[in-house]
Design a protein around this ligand. Structure first.
Ligand code: UDP
Length: 324
């Protein structure tokens, strides 16, 4: 049997591919390479293809005995989703329906899906638990929530087994230095601060210093990508053991402010750089921290790389030796 990883050439999917390989699973990666990197597919079989094309999905299921599917193939730029919602609803929602259609035809009923804390919108309180209201404040978050709802209906009607994993801020890089984060354009905080540390950028802009937080900058829950990968393997085991369908937050339960991230980068790299205090970025909640108590309890998951300095040092190692 094989495991299909849609979007397995991307940042998170490539780390899951490595983890599955370590655990002895045979993997098939399907990726259109719009944002993914062929060089990031170091294990298993790579197939270039797009979930918009049902024939391409069919071809994979005809050729390989797919037991379960990981689905990372989505667009994830919040700002772009506001400007081009059609692009996001087609790629993130309609193309997921294509995938589910082919899975059903071939009797494959296990899916592990990358969702996001953006489905919660502005939380009433933190830490956020899975049962809190989900009111996304942008189309990106709404596409992910829509897919979550589709899974529930497919579970009832067709017996789909699903694990929805709602990530907080995925960060860091493979501790062995084989994989890392490489986005074009890059919008995420840690890679941008590392660019400032290495001199690729003139400065790092801190978006907002007047939030209701101890140092005035936004607080986020940074979770190491290898810890995410570990949770994904556990989610597969949960489905293999008969789990019917559930939703899990994946975070550290530790809040780190933007200014604390900047300090960590200075500590880890030993470099100084210009920090520009800027206006707020529209749509940023002050504080997003997740409770991952449920994932710990149900999946027996325990993050290994929680310290922000560890996350930053693995990201820095990749940043300085990036292969793609
Ligand atoms: N941020 C910042 N400067 C940047 C990029 C991001 O101050 O150049 C802040 C952003 O406002 C947010 C945090 O860093 O509070 C994390 O942003 P990121 O885009 O990495 O992830 P998000 O939380 O938006 O998913």
């Amino acid at each position: 049997m094989a495991i299909l990883i849609c979007g397995g050439a991307g940042y998170i999917g490539s780390h899951i591919n490595k983890q599955l390989h370590k655990e002895g699973y045979e993997t098939v990666v399907l990726d259109n390479l719009i944002y993914g990197h062929k060089e990031a597919v170091k294990w298993g079989t790579f197939i270039k293809g797009d979930l918009a094309n049902i024939d391409e999905i069919e071809a994979v299921f005809e050729k390989y005995p797919i037991e379960a599917v990981y689905h990372f193939a989505a667009f994830a730029y919040v700002g772009e989703s506001v400007l081009e919602p059609e692009k996001y609803y087609y790629n993130n929602v309609v193309n997921t329906l294509n995938l589910l259609q082919v899975m059903r035809k071939h009797g494959c009923n296990k899916i592990i899906f990358s969702s996001t804390c953006a489905t919660y919108g502005e939380p009433e309180k933190v830490p956020i638990t899975e049962d809190m209201p989900q009111n996304p404040i942008n189309p990106y978050g709404m596409t992910k929530l829509t897919v979550e709802r589709i899974f529930k209906d497919y579970q009832k009607a067709y017996g789909l087994q699903f694990a929805v994993l709602r990530y907080f801020n995925a960060a860091g890089a493979d501790p062995d230095g084989e994989l890392g984060e490489s986005h074009t354009p890059e919008t995420h905080l840690i890679p941008l601060v590392l660019d400032a540390a290495s001199g690729k950028r003139a400065d790092i802009k801190v978006f907002g210093t007047d939030y209701d937080t101890p140092d005035g900058s936004c607080i986020r829950d940074y979770i190491h990508v290898t810890d995410l990968a570990d949770a994904h393997v556990r989610a597969l085991r949960y489905l293999e053991a008969g789990g019917e369908g559930d939703f899990f937050n994946l975070g550290n339960t530790i809040g780190t402010s933007v200014l604390e991230v900047v300090e960590s980068v200075k500590r880890v790299t030993g470099r100084d750089f210009t920090v520009t205090l800027s206006d707020r970025r529209p749509g940023d909640p002050a504080k997003l921290v997740g409770s991952s108590e449920k994932a710990r309890r149900v999946l027996d998951w325990e993050p290994q790389y929680g310290a922000i300095d560890t996350i930053v040092s693995h990201a820095w190692n990749w940043h300085e030796h990036a292969e793609y």
